[in-house]
Design a protein around this ligand. Structure first.
Ligand SMILES: *Cc1c(COP(=O)(O)O)cnc(C)c1O
Length: 391
């Protein structure tokens, strides 16, 4: 099928929930992808910060193949070696002691909200304006963006929003019934918003003082994306619960709640569950992915190449007044424009570069962490040309 045939069938048979680009992808390798017509692109989006180890990584692919031939799924009614090995590995790479396996970021957050309520016996969850926590009813309510939830009322009760980065507002919002504060350590979907220095540490101190749980949503920032294994390491904050998903299993759908020993006891047998969560195939994919991140030193690479990428983008900023700001951590980079970024995204794609637009005017760059310096240079050159042709 060519791109047009695929788009026609989508138009006819798929629910029209996505604002898609007119591009049908066929395969990828590392930080490069190909469309069904055979054109190649540098992938600076990585499936929304998912393909951190790159496309078609041989170790991840082989691990999935081997596991599929042994057993894909067996339910959580039985133990598997794959699941306990992954749980142990996650406790080694994160600041946490116990794991619950889910299938997506929204599900991980949904479970974290349940855990916080069960553990504290309180109902209220405070989140930030402009945040993004998922599309289920509870997580879309947690999400601090009206456009995502307005059509779906009535929404679940128990959520309060405060401006991101404002410790006084948070302090004021806390009540007798507050169970937890749920924050992204860097707001991803909201436009790559980095909190003011010291804010997250202040939040941690406030939570400790008021005996409230601190939950970090690291669905987008986790697994090396920001130049640390988890973004919490940047601020030195130790949250009670961290939720993860996106890059966790190299593209296989998987999410998890990571919690400290004491908090994890909030869940007792029967309290929470999932049919697919932590099935052997997902666990094999995640274990291989995390091992690749460790073996290939991708966290360090994310930091080094991320700052190289940012410095190259700042050169572009000096040339093009349309670029208002370049900001980011590691390989999670935002380029804020003075205009909406749709045209630039289109122009870049036509020239062989995939980037995403978020929050209307912020280009979001989140390439596979394996991207080479040559590929970054090529991506910057394409953006340069694209900026010229739209101005
Ligand atoms: C993507 C994202 C989610 C939702 O994850 P899904 O897997 O799409 O459910 C939640 N939180 C953050 C910070 C995200 O970036």
């Amino acid at each position: 099928m060519d791109t047009q045939e695929i788009m026609d069938l989508d138009q006819k048979f798929v629910m029209q929930t996505y604002g898609r680009q007119p591009l049908a992808l066929s395969h990828g390798k590392g930080a490069e992808v190909w469309d069904v017509e055979g054109n190649s692109y540098i992938d600076c989006f990585a499936g929304i910060a998912v393909n951190n180890v790159g496309h078609a990584h041989p170790k991840v692919a082989l691990s999935i193949c081997h596991q599929a031939q042994r057993m894909i799924h067996c339910s959580n009614i039985y133990y598997t070696q794959e699941q306990v090995e992954l749980a142990q590995l996650l406790t080694q790479v994160s600041p946490h002691d116990r794991v619950f396996f889910a299938n997506s970021g929204a599900e991980a957050n949904e479970g974290a909200i349940k855990l916080a309520r069960k553990y504290t016996g309180k109902g209220e969850i405070i989140t930030a304006d402009n945040s993004f926590h998922g599309r289920t009813l509870a997580t879309v309510t947690a999400t601090g963006q009206e456009k995502y939830k307005a059509p779906f009322k009535p929404l679940p009760a128990g959520f309060k929003h405060v401006p991101y980065g404002d410790i006084a507002a948070l302090s004021q919002a806390i009540s007798e019934d507050t169970a937890a504060v749920l924050l992204e350590p860097i707001q991803g979907e909201g436009g790559i918003i980095i909190p003011p220095d010291g804010y997250l540490k202040d939040v941690e101190n406030l939570c400790r003082q008021k005996d409230i749980l601190l939950i970090f949503d690291e669905v987008q920032t986790g697994f090396g994306r920001t130049g640390e294994m988890f973004a919490s390491e940047i601020s030195g904050v130790k949250p009670d619960i961290t939720t993860v998903a996106k890059a966790m299993a190299g593209g296989y759908p998987m999410g998890a709640i990571l919690a400290n020993e004491r908090i994890a006891t909030g869940f007792e047998p029967g309290d929470h569950g999932s049919t697919f969560g932590g099935n052997p195939l997902g666990c094999a994919a995640a274990k291989a992915t995390i091992e690749v991140i460790l073996d290939e030193n991708l966290v360090h690479k994310s930091k080094e190449m991320g700052s190289y990428f940012q410095s190259r983008l700042k050169e572009l900023q000096a040339k093009h007044s349309i670029i208002k700001e370049v900001r980011g951590q590691g390989m999670l980079i935002g380029v804020e424009l003075t205009i909406e970024c749709g045209k630039l995204v289109d122009e870049a794609r036509k020239k062989g570069l995939l980037v995403n637009c978020t929050a209307g005017n912020v280009l979001r760059l989140a390439p596979p962490l394996v991207i080479s310096q040559e590929q970054i240079d090529k991506a910057v050159a394409i953006l340069d040309e694209a900026l010229v042709s739209i101005s």
